[in-house]
Design a protein around this ligand. Structure first.
Ligand SMILES: [Zn+2]
Length: 333
């Protein structure tokens, strides 16, 4: 993913926003008592799922590591879900080259009409184009945080959904997108980048979902949810397309005591998988993504798109916070 606007506009407090509806909503929201038993998230288990993905090697489409990871993801999800859909597709990269990808979808409570999408991208970037060492720029990254962390949390959620069945009225679809991170490398000039080529798997799924006419009440995308001391501001497009959801989830984070990691401030607009979900599929979707106010690369955590986005920088406590939050959202729907 990348941020959309070259210069950060960011991080002003939502409370100072002129949108009166937004500030009113925040004023009246009070911690709500939860009456539902919410299962415990197992961060060690989630961590092991992140490590497993990274162990295959960089998950770059059309490589062996990518193929092996796809098989593992589908089999793992098959062991937890009602059904798993593997959606192969062919698309075009930023440079016009054709490439094959695979979205992987796991359905829970398939019969339920009300559905929630939980998503992350499972591919990893073929270019370490923000590495400080220029000789690494054309190497593929592990993407432990950028990709594998969100998927690791979602596989742990799948394991939990199997053990602690969801309420009957509620269906959940875990959607793992391919080809999020094969966008134009940073060394190209802007005019060579065309439309950038990000979020291709999500674009395909949003145009052609795994089930004809598929709809969901809302979606939550997880991206870069594994680094130490993360900050998850309310990402700009999430707020633009699904402010009600963003505000609800951030309030829940505060109720759970995670306010430091989930400040109620507006974050940069990020071109990520939630954008096609909002604009093409019409599913109100937010992005829980680690963004920083000032960084060398514009918006992201310090190892973003570098060779250092590796397991040694994955923090169980961050997986725990995000996984627990999503569990509380889901089981209270
Ligand atoms: Zn990325």
């Amino acid at each position: 993913m990348r941020f959309l606007i070259p210069f950060p506009l960011i991080f002003f407090f939502l409370a100072s926003c002129s949108n009166s509806e937004m500030s009113n909503t925040q004023q009246v929201q009070k911690p709500q008592k939860e009456t539902v038993a919410v299962p415990i998230f197992d961060a060690d288990s989630a961590y092991s799922f992140v490590a497993k993905q990274v162990s295959f090697g960089p998950r770059v489409p059309e490589t062996n590591a990518h193929a092996k990871t796809a098989t593992w993801l589908a089999e793992k999800l098959q062991s937890y879900a009602d059904s798993v859909f593997v959606q192969p597709f062919r698309t075009r990269l930023y440079d016009g080259r054709g490439i094959d990808g695979k979205n992987i979808i796991a359905a829970f409570n398939s019969e339920a009409k009300k559905r929630i999408v939980l998503a992350a991208h499972w591919d990893s970037r073929p270019f370490a184009d923000y590495d400080l060492n220029q000789s690494n720029h054309k190497k593929a990254i592990d993407g432990a945080n950028d990709g594998a962390s969100g998927v690791g949390v979602l596989i742990e959620l799948a394991r939990i959904f199997k053990k602690n069945p969801l309420p009957k009225h509620l269906g959940v679809d875990i959607v793992l997108f391919d080809l999020e991170d094969y966008g134009a490398p940073a060394w190209l000039e802007e005019r060579q980048q065309q439309d950038g080529g990000w979020a291709l798997g999500s674009t395909h799924w949003s145009q052609t979902p795994h089930i004809r006419g598929y709809q969901a009440s809302f979606g939550i995308l997880l991206d870069m949810v594994g680094a130490t001391n993360p900050i998850f501001p309310q990402e700009y497009f999430s707020q633009q397309y699904a402010a009600w959801l963003s505000n609800k989830v951030w309030q829940k984070a505060h109720n759970l005591g995670y306010g430091n990691s989930f400040p109620k401030v507006l974050g940069n607009p990020i071109t990520d998988d939630h954008l096609p979900m909002n604009t093409i599929a019409g599913i109100p979707t937010i992005n829980i993504i680690h963004l920083v106010e000032e960084s060398e690369n514009g918006s992201f955590f310090e190892y973003w798109h570098t060779m250092n986005d590796s397991m040694e920088h994955i923090d169980r406590s961050t997986l725990d916070v995000v996984g627990t939050l999503v569990l509380h959202v889901v089981y209270n729907e």
